[in-house]
Design a protein around this ligand. Structure first.
Ligand SMILES: [Fe+2]
Length: 310
């Protein structure tokens, strides 16, 4: 496996300080534009930009040889990547954000003590209260898990990321949206349709659904304006339990847990044509809310994009 981990992303917003405050509020560690879980600091960088946007993403590969392989595959698509200082850099020719690939150690983050759960016929927790209740503090998000982008050209964007080394996990509507991974996670990138290229959401992994639900309800209760987007639910594609909300800059963010994992590429059966109606949630809201595809600030993003790149 050449690519093995999502390292970081950079988000540009008009008011970076507000997004910094938000990332602190939801329990990430860091300061001044650099945030992450305790074991993976600096996974989200915040910079100033004229409208909210994805500025860059960085993924890890195993060795420098992988950089040359990716550069050659990109070249065959007419995309020119630069290799220097041990990294590959590509300005995505369709979406204009920057992609970086660099060799890094293969590793996952440490597990935290599992909360004991009682279930029919198996009752390991007796004579004590549940850890979810007795733990002194809510558990924070552990890491950045995936990024979802909208693009006017989802098929060629997916082809570009395949050349970069991402693998396809599932496809909706014959190519309308493509779930891709640069690690054993079911998806680290979802390429979906958009009027212009934009950041649809970024997703932070929690230890379990108790943590997702506690963190989400705390966040929603702390804000008088309505920051609920969708959830809770469990996606059929990827299997993750989810809850989507608005951050302080108008991006959607997701808390998730229990995503499908693909260690053996040959063993995974790719769904090549999921029907959009069967690809939202197994339980909870029946349909994906319309705002999901059309954020309230979409006109602003389109105008900003056209000014910057049009
Ligand atoms: Fe997501």
């Amino acid at each position: 496996m050449a690519l093995h981990r999502l390292l970081d992303m950079e988000i540009g917003v008009p008011e970076p300080a507000a997004l910094d405050d938000f990332l602190r509020e939801i329990g990430l560690s860091g300061e001044n534009g650099r945030w992450g879980g305790e074991e993976q600091p600096d996974q989200i960088r915040v910079v100033e930009a004229p409208f909210r946007q994805l500025v860059s993403m960085c993924v890890a590969c195993e060795s420098e040889e992988d950089l040359a392989i990716a550069a050659k595959a990109l070249d065959e698509l007419g995309a020119k990547a630069d290799i220097g200082n041990g990294k590959l850099r590509l300005t995505d020719p369709i979406n204009r954000w920057e992609m970086v690939v660099e060799p890094a150690e293969v590793r996952d983050i440490e597990t935290r003590p599992e909360r004991t759960r009682n279930r029919p016929g198996q009752r390991p927790r007796t004579d004590v209260r549940a850890e979810a209740i007795t733990e002194a503090k809510p558990r924070p998000p552990r890491r950045l898990g995936h990024v979802v982008v909208g693009t006017p050209d989802p098929i060629n964007t997916a082809n570009l990321y395949k050349a970069l080394g991402y693998r396809v996990s599932d496809v909706i509507g014959g190519g309308l949206a493509t779930f891709m991974r640069c690690s054993p996670d079911h998806h680290n990138l979802l390429v979906a349709p958009g009027r212009v290229p934009y950041l649809n959401h970024y997703a932070l992994e929690h230890d379990d659904f108790d943590s997702v639900a506690r963190a989400a309800t705390n966040y929603l209760r702390n804000h008088e304006d309505d920051r609920q987007i969708a959830g809770p639910g469990r996606h059929q594609i990827g299997g993750n339990e989810f809850w989507y909300m608005l951050d302080a800059s108008g991006n959607f963010f997701e808390f998730f847990s229990d995503m499908d994992r693909i260690d053996d590429d040959a063993a995974w059966e790719i769904g090549t044509d999921w029907a959009p109606a069967d690809s939202w949630s197994l339980w909870g809201e029946e349909h994906q809310p319309e705002v999901f595809f059309n954020p309230v600030d979409m006109d602003e993003i389109v105008a900003g994009w056209e000014k910057q790149h049009g």
